[in-house]
Design a protein around this ligand. Sequence first.
Ligand code: FES
Ligand code: FES
Length: 211
Amino acid sequence: MSDIVDPKITGSTPEAISRRNFIKGVIAGGVAVSSAGYLFRASSLLAADTGERLITINVNGQQRRADVRKQETLAWTLRHKLGLTGTKLGCDRAECGSCTVLIDDVPHYACSILTHTVRNRQILTIEGLAGADRKLDPVQQGVVDEQGFQCAFCMPGFVMSAVGFLKTNPNPTRAELAQGVSGNLCRCQDYDKILTALMRGAENMRQTSHA
Ligand code: FES
Ligand code: FES
């Protein structure tokens, strides 16, 4: 076996060593740059935090005060500052609809709305659907009537979407209602039963309005 050592393989020449040192330096520098970026971002967030934080928002017909960071989402405020945990967080990135609430009667993903932007709006969560007499909303009653969900994690989001949709179309076909709540996903995938429950809710709503 030859004793000749290929310096290109071993990288043992002074040039290779200095290249290796150079690469090490770049990696270390990159880390330093990343850290600096992180610190910079953190300091900008801290700077953003120095703005007005104690705000009032209208939730379920009540004026609620909360200490809200500038970058805080409505879902976070509802759940962690106001204790309204009926609004669920699934994906936290506008994909699943678990966090759906009504803002001025229109369904929105609360995980993708900054709380500071809804200060002059009316927010309705699942906790605010039942009347003052604690009577369930017709759509909620439809869910009870049909036992439409398995684990029910997605249920508040579906109900809020359906309530919002039925305000624009109180007498939908099954296909129209399916389209209306198509922004909501169910991990248990029990869509047929969910639709049956929501259709029952729509029927309950029509009966209530004619009573
Ligand atoms: S948690 Fe908001 S859309 Fe999934
Ligand atoms: S019933 Fe389980 S996620 Fe929808």
